[in-house]
Structure formats: C-alpha cells, structure tokens
Design a protein around this ligand. Structure first.
Ligand SMILES: [Zn+2]
Length: 309
C-alpha cells in the first residue's frame, strides 16, 4: 500500500514549524514542533484530513533540537500516552532533559554571543518551548526497521552532523525520506547552514545523495538556495539531488574559508570569525538564535584543534 504524506505547519514566532503526518495503518508524525504545536497545528490539521490525533501511534523524532522535540510530550499526552516515541541514543538526552539544551548553549554558543543573561534567557525559552521531559520508548542508532502495520515499514538511517544523533526515516518501497535539519543548503532564516560536526555533515550528505537516493525528500524548514529562494519542505527527486549537491558545495566553501582564517578576536559581531564572514560575503545577524554561524564555525575550529593534538 502507498502511505500518503501530509506536511503540517505549526506557527512559532517568525517561524513555521514543520511536521509530517504519515497516514499508515499505525499513523506516525515526524517531528513535533514546540509545546503549542500539537494542539495549535497538528490537531486541527489532522481533523481537516478526517484523522484523529489520539490515533497517532508513532512519534518519530529526527533530532533533539527544541523546535523538533518541544511538542513531543504534549503529542504523546494527546495520544493517551500510547504512541511509541522514537529518537536516536545520541540525541535522547535532549528529549529527557530541558537542562541539556541550556548546557549545549553554555558549551558552544555562549562563548561567542557574550550575552550576560544568556543562561537565564535559554532557561526561560526551553521552559516555554518544551512541553515536558520525556523518556523515549524506542532508542535507535540507524539500521532499524519500524513496522507501521499493514506491511508498511520505515527504515532508520544515521545521518549525523547537524546534531550527533540526527537520523533519517525512510518509508520503504516509496523512498520518502524525512531528514529533519540534516540538509541545510544555505540555512533557513539566518542564511547560514548550521551543523555541529562538519566532517559528519559532509559524509551524511554524500550518503543521502549516493546511497539513500530519495524519491521525495522532506526537510524540517524551507531552506534557501544560493539565490535566497526557499525550497519547499517537500522536494521531488530532481530537487532533492539539487539540494543535496548545493548543500555539499556550500559546505566546501565554508570549510575552505574556515581553513584560511585563524580565529581572531576583534570587535566585529562575527568575531572571532570575521575573516570567514567577509570571505563568504555573509552579512546576516550572527547572534540571531540558534546562531548557526557560530555553531558551524565552532565545529571547524574544533576539528582543526583535534587534528593538531
Ligand atoms: Zn535542528
């Protein structure tokens, strides 16, 4: 049988957050937005489709970022706590604990953002955006197959880089591939691609392009092309190949620029990576959360340090 895929958008500030409803015998939702998304975005969207949110049996989380797991607890409650909650082992701490998100901010972004009240702001933000701390019922690492009833199966593929535990969910036989934020192209609103581990990000993009070869590729945000035009969140085969190649090309440019400019503290808002911003012509606000400029360049900086050890 063919499983129909329905994108669902839930509002959040200046963003729309995307989830996907898989209309399988055991219905699934990929990614959950923030705390308000299940009641404000998903429940009305499913009602329009003639489906009920309490019948959802699988909550498939592509990675642990707030705007993907924030609604998981609320959605799980709406299913009468009957849905399986699936996330990778590596990102599971971000589902189990709000504090893990603040710790991540403290470990990386805080050292570049110089916000005296940054910890307090992050703590308040995660308190509002994450509906509740939740123990996953299914931990994955890539390689697993999940059965959604009626012979419908979903394969899990490890695609680390954006986060350590990013995974793709592939509807077997129809090659619909849900990647969350693992294919960044030029990034979303901030205009810069965000990934924690550059080497892993590049390898995952090549794996998606050469091995997984999506027939349809579903993205977590409407990422933009080099011309600033957003891709939709549902890409056909041709667009998917293009988005994957463009993501690889951009990673190569960012990596080359990062290797040419040693971190140097200046009074630029891009400090200590002002040279990289200048070479790339990046003029976006580097402090705008979630600050992909700093997350990504910190990743290259860490790689350089580890090869010199
Ligand atoms: Zn993300």
């Amino acid at each position: 049988m063919t499983v129909a895929i329905h994108p669902i958008v839930s509002p959040w500030g200046r963003f729309g957050l995307y989830s996907f409803f898989l209309d399988a015998p055991e219905p699934a939702i990929v990614d959950t937005g923030v705390a308000s998304s299940p009641s404000e975005g998903m429940a009305p969207a499913l009602e329009q489709l003639g489906r009920r949110i309490e019948d959802v049996r699988w909550i498939l989380l592509t990675h642990g970022h707030i705007d993907h797991i924030g609604g998981a607890h609320a959605l799980w409650e709406l299913t009468g706590r009957r849905a399986e909650v699936v996330i990778s082992e590596a990102d599971a701490p971000l589902l189990r604990s709000r504090r893990a998100h603040v710790d991540l901010y403290a470990a990386v972004r805080r050292q570049y953002l110089h916000e005296p009240d940054g910890i307090e702001k992050q703590t308040a933000m995660v308190a509002g955006a994450i509906a509740g701390e939740l123990e996953p019922t299914v931990l994955v690492r890539g390689g697993e197959t999940l059965s959604l009833g009626g012979g419908v199966t979903v394969s899990v593929r490890a695609i680390p880089g954006h986060t350590a535990g990013s995974v793709a969910y592939v509807v077997d036989g129809q090659d619909d591939v849900f990647v969350g934020d693992a294919v960044q192209v030029h990034g979303a609103a901030n205009g810069f691609p965000g990934y924690e581990d550059p080497d892993a990000y590049r390898e995952s993009l090549e794996y998606l392009r050469d091995v997984v070869r999506p027939r349809h590729l579903y993205l977590g945000h409407p990422y933009r092309t080099s011309a600033g035009v957003p891709y939709g969140v549902g890409l056909d085969c041709e667009q998917a190949r293009h988005a994957l190649q463009e993501s690889l090309d951009i990673e190569a440019r960012v990596g080359a620029a990062a290797s040419r400019h040693l971190p140097q503290v200046t009074d630029s808002p891009y400090s200590p990576f002002a040279g990289v911003a200048e070479e790339l012509g990046y003029t976006g606000d580097p402090t705008l959360e979630p600050s992909p400029f700093f997350t990504t360049l910190h990743g290259y900086r860490t790689e350089v340090l580890s090869t010199h050890d």
